[in-house]
Design a protein around this ligand. Sequence first.
Ligand code: DGP
Length: 130
Amino acid sequence: MQDENCIFCKIAKGEVPTSKVYEDDTCIVFDDNDPLMPVHTLIIPKDHYANIGDGVPEETLGHVFGLVGKIAEMKGVTEGGYRVLVNTGDDASQSVKHLHVHILGGGHMPRPNDQDWGPAATNAAKYGYC
Ligand code: DGP
């Protein structure tokens, strides 16, 4: 299951070079090309699913998330801690429509809060958005 126009499918097939961290039959793991943190790595299934809710088999989901700890260890962020993030759909600003799990670490990350979320935030009025 591939989408010929999908950049992550092209990475999975080896058609686009990337800084690969790990690969097995189900997944490929590579560093984000626009890192937000010193460690910013993406785990993707090789098969194309637009997002986490796109009928991904439980076995595949289990495999993807089962890799998180291993990759965090490989990237050296288990001691300091790390953030696992799955943007899903437009409201979450998902930019690549192929399921991917972000692993972010290598420094302190404040909690995202309503102030960062603009007019859609529950306390938008407090910050003068409405
Ligand atoms: P998201 O906003 O959750 O859809 O994150 C997509 C991420 O994918 C974003 O942080 C940048 C990264 N990305 C997009 N295209 C490429 C690429 O061609 N190579 C690599 N390594 N990362 C990419």
